[in-house]
Design a protein around this ligand. Structure first.
Ligand code: HXC
Length: 258
């Protein structure tokens, strides 16, 4: 499918989605968010895709929601139209893993979009921030909620109240990103992580993603029970037999998602 604001390539069972509004540092306008939701939904349904990488350009992952498009909106437009709600809900319902590969600015909605993915790999030049406070608003799709769970209250307050940016080293130190890689290698490193995931049994990948995400939604006791039941249910799969037999026979496992 042809898109206006994103580029989608599928290779080696990985869908690479690039945000592509270079004139606006990939600011998230309605078209981009709708196209991204559609592309992610399509990748989730496509049997040839086992993992997704979401990236931007070297200068910007995304510099936030499109300020030009938002500036004239009224409360009725925003609340009545559930501004950004449907698209971000779609992203959080995708069952295949999504890696955010962040280079340059990930600000406001850009930082929030990266956090809505399953994990973030950052380039050395990455800069994260929730500068909405400078525009007389606040974060709207996770900047006060997901960021707090990633980096804790003190840093989340600092970022949301002062609007300052965090560089890649601080983001890694504080747990916002899983790893930092040299800027020119960002996409190849993210694709190589995605290919590694694509080799696993998709059933166990989905169960692992669902179980980690469950930890945000429930108590420790309930989360541990969810995880244990999911773990136990893996013994109903052929892939569990294959994975363990392969280990014992000292060979590579051939998973079949069954
Ligand atoms: C619309 C944007 C934009 C944005 C940049 N541009 N960010 N357009 N919305 N969020 C446009 C600029 O207007 C400019 O277009 C072009 O991209 C290049 O940007 P410059 O500012 O000239 O680049 P630079 O000097 O390098 O500064 C980069 C920057 C700055 C520090 C990232 O652009 C910036 O502060 N952007 C806004 C960041 C922000 O406040 N984000 C939060 C948005 S609110 P022209 O046409 O002038 O060349 C938000 C709410 C989230 O995200 C709520 C839920 C989604």
């Amino acid at each position: 499918m042809a898109y206006e604001t994103i580029i989608v390539e599928i290779e080696d069972e990985v869908a690479l989605i690039r945000l592509n509004r270079p004139e606006a540092l990939n600011a998230l306008n309605a078209t981009l968010l709708d196209e991204l939701s559609a592309a992610l939904t399509e990748a989730d349904r496509n049997d040839k895709v086992r993992c997704i990488v979401l990236t931007g350009s070297e200068k910007a992952f995304a510099a936030g929601a499109d300020i030009k498009e938002m500036a004239q909106k009224s409360f009725v437009d925003a609340y009545g139209g559930d501004l950004f709600g449907p698209q971000i809900d779609t992203i959080s319902r995708i069952r295949k893993p999504i890696i955010a590969a962040v280079s340059g600015y990930a600000l406001g909605g850009g930082c929030e979009l990266a956090m809505a993915c399953d994990f973030i790999i950052a380039a050395e030049n990455a800069k994260f921030g929730q500068p909405e406070i400078n525009l007389g608003v606040i974060a709207g799709i996770g900047g006060t909620q997901r960021l707090t769970r990633f980096v804790g209250k003190s840093k989340a307050m600092d970022m949301n109240l002062t609007g300052r940016f965090m560089d890649a080293a601080e983001a890694e130190r504080s747990g916002l990103v899983s790893r930092v890689v040299p800027t020119p290698k960002l996409v190849s490193e993210a694709l190589s992580a995605a290919r590694k995931i694509a080799e696993k049994s998709q059933i166990s990948v989905m169960a692992a993603k669902e179980s980690v995400n469950r930890s945000y939604e429930t108590t420790l006791r309930e989360g541990l029970l969810f995880e244990r039941r999911a773990f136990q249910s893996m013994f109903a799969t052929e892939d569990q037999k294959e994975g363990m037999a392969a280990f014992l026979e000292k060979r590579e496992a051939q998973f079949r998602d069954r």
